[in-house]
Design a protein around this ligand. Structure first.
Ligand code: FAD
Length: 623
């Protein structure tokens, strides 16, 4: 009994926090949520509120059965977690959305302790992000949780573009040479669920029901003031604090980092339902450019999520009819079945002036926001964490100086800016007037871009985020014995690029086959030594003298296994590229060394291999 008295207001307070309601709205929610919590009752609740949980303003939403989504076990956790915060932690992560969870996994995977708090006593029941891009799937694979994502998500292989009722162009992800040549569609709360389970399997957890109220920092630590949902205040000190607390970030506000951006003029709406008579591929999204502009996106369980543009604010009472009319123009006879309540969103582009202020860092929506139209917001946050996690772990373990953390902003902020700019263009294209001439202009522009194979490939690469690189980072290096000009003629990936997928590679002793991506499992750096026709290999002692704890080394040769005993073999793993496809993909003509960072990006490409170049790279990390 005592528990229910203390827990129910906690849940209510969390909803209030996250929705920033006015008093009348709060009362509406209180009554409806109370009704929702009645035993055995499941009802639809409409909210009108600002959402503090994403890049958009949630104006009207339906909550279906929030009671069932907050199990008793979570209630128990709320109480116990409020009592068990440590007074000090190496890293305090504020906000357990996809960004904060990914960062916690990256730290805990490297045996770095962290405290991950969230003001909500239970995960949000709302659906926000849908599309998980290929690059994020690669990150999840390295984090050790790809199988769960593939089991629960819906694979999307591309999209079709329609104008005047006809398909005018398409983009396919299948032609991409990458580990996961598709997008995976899954509700964001399920993504959070999988990441939480992974964190817990590694021994971490989310401390829910704690809100960051403010912080102070000195040269040596950060002191955070936290408040429990029951109103209990406490302080926690941390060596580092990372704000992953979303678009209205309290962390960002507390460190006085400015944020610039704009709101998009027209609202977007979202509604889920079934499309039983859909006449196009079930694994492709559709983009309709003429009014009513809409994008049906396939979801797990045969459901579809329809994103639509609100052209006329005076016509929002018959949204479902407008959607049906748009659907019918690209798939005659199709109507949305069993729809839920449409939600309308104001959308924003935002970018923080800095991602770091001394011992405090920002990631995810706290650092940047973009139009949800291209589905990049959550993905960018996950990849922020994948970039920051290993760096923070290196600094905490003394394997790098804290200057390494400056490269996080230098590498990630330009990507957030590019994604934001791309969202601006997409928004502009989607706000064309409802006139045939205007639609025709957009149609021609899209066809000019997407009909050539190269344009299609570029669009697919941009959508799936596999072409994002850090070539301009001060942290990545190239070396060619013939001088810097020779690097311009390198075939294959350059320093800063992601290690591409290629294979097969066979293991002569175990008779197993692998691909390049399979080698990205360790938490440290990976040294790839690409031998050519002769066996040129480093000896074990030399390798040990340049590598760091946690690093691995793999030698890849095209030489058949029977010749291997001629070599001064090392403790490194030997793999054979019998078909030569890995050498071809990496553009290897002469022996070359690649040092791959823990986030899969190329730190160093060095031709011919020189171990002192690795030492020089690690010296940069020490600054
Ligand atoms: C309709 C819509 C569709 C979208 N579709 C996509 C898509 O398909 N793909 C995509 O990549 N992105 C999409 N996005 C964007 C995506 O939802 C966000 O980018 C993503 O949620 C950001 O994750 P985050 O972890 O950075 O922040 P959030 O998910 O906002 O998480 C922040 C967390 O911090 C907590 N918090 C806040 N303040 C405090 C505090 N003071 N103390 C403690 N905890 C706090 C919150 O409770 C929350 O749990 C979409 C957004 C919307 C609105």
């Amino acid at each position: 009994m005592v528990r229910s008295l203390c827990v129910f207001p906690t849940k209510h307070a969390a909803l209030q926090n996250c929705l920033t309601l006015c008093p009348q709205q709060t009362e509406t929610v209180r009554r409806r949520v109370s009704a929702g919590y009645a035993p055995g009752r499941r009802e639809k609740i409409e909210l009108s509120a600002d959402s503090g949980c994403g890049t958009a303003k949630l104006v009207s939403a339906k909550l279906s059965g929030p009671v069932e989504s907050i199990p008793d076990a979570a209630e128990e956790q709320i109480v116990s977690h409020s009592q068990t915060l440590p007074s000090h932690t190496p890293v305090l992560i504020v906000g357990a959305g996809p960004t904060g969870l990914s960062l916690a996994i990256e730290l805990v995977r490297r045996n770095v302790e962290c405290l991950l708090i969230d003001r909500n006593p239970a995960p949000l029941p709302f659906d926000r992000a849908t599309v998980i891009h290929s690059r994020s799937l690669e990150c999840f694979e390295t984090m050790g949780t790809i199988d769960e994502f593939l089991a629960r998500g819906h694979i999307m292989r591309g999209f079709n573009i329609f104008a005047f009722g006809k398909k005018i162009a398409q983009t396919s992800f299948e032609s991409l040479e990458c580990r996961h040549p598709y997008d995976l569609n899954l509700a964001e709360n399920e993504t959070e669920d999988i990441l939480t389970a992974r964190l817990e399997s590694l021994g971490g957890r989310v401390s829910r029901g704690w809100s960051l109220e403010g912080l102070n920092q000195t040269d040596t630590e950060v002191t955070a003031t936290l408040k429990s949902a029951e109103g209990v205040e406490t302080t926690v000190t941390a060596d580092w604090l990372v704000g992953t607390d979303g678009i209205h970030s309290r962390v960002r506000e507390s460190i006085g980092v400015a944020v610039a951006g704009h709101q998009y003029p027209a609202r977007w709406g979202v509604v889920d339902g079934y499309l039983p008579d859909w006449q196009h591929e079930p694994d492709r999204a559709a983009i309709q450019i003429d009014a009513p502009a809409l994008n049906p996106v396939p979801m797990p369980g045969m459901r579809w999520r329809i994103y639509f543009r609100v052209f006329d604010e005076t016509q929002i009472d018959d949204l479902l009819e407008q959607i049906d009319s748009g659907l019918a123009s690209i798939s005659p006879g199709t109507r949305l079945q069993d729809p839920d309540q449409p939600m309308l969103y104001h959308t924003f582009r935002q970018l923080s002036a800095h991602y770091r202020s001394s011992r405090v860092l920002l990631a995810g929506d706290a650092a940047h926001a973009c139009s949800p139209i291209e589905g990049h917001g959550m993905n960018t946050g996950i990849q922020d964490s994948f970039n920051l996690g290993w760096k923070l772990a290196h600094v905490i373990k003394g394997q790098a100086g804290d200057g390494l953390l400056n490269s996080y902003e230098l590498e990630r902020r330009p990507i957030a800016n590019a994604v934001g700019a791309s969202g601006d263009i997409a928004e502009e294209l989607r706000t064309i007037p409802d006139e045939p001439a205007a639609v025709e202009r957009v149609k021609r522009a899209l066809c000019a871009m997407l009909l050539p194979a190269r344009g299609q490939l570029q669009a697919a690469e941009a959508e799936t985020e596999i072409s994002f690189h850090y070539r301009d980072s001060p942290l990545v290096r190239g070396y060619h014995a013939a001088g810097a000009a020779a690097q311009q003629n390198w075939l294959g990936p350059r320093p800063g690029d992601c290690l591409p997928e290629a294979g097969p590679l066979s293991h002569p002793q175990t008779d197993t086959t692998l691909t390049l991506f399979d080698l990205l499992r360790s938490t440290g750096h990976l040294l790839l030594w690409l031998a050519t026709d002769e066996i040129e290999a480093p000896n074990a002692a030399d390798l040990a003298s340049v590598l760091q704890p946690g690093d691995t080394c793999v030698i890849i040769s095209t030489t058949p296994p029977e010749k291997l005993e001629q070599t001064d073999s090392t403790q490194a793993k030997w793999l054979i590229d019998e078909t030569g496809s890995v050498h071809a993909k990496l553009g290897i003509i002469d022996p070359t060394l690649f040092l791959i960072r823990p986030d899969g990006h190329i730190a160093l490409r060095c031709e011919p291999p020189q171990l002192e170049q690795i030492t020089a790279y690690y010296q940069i990390l020490q600054t």
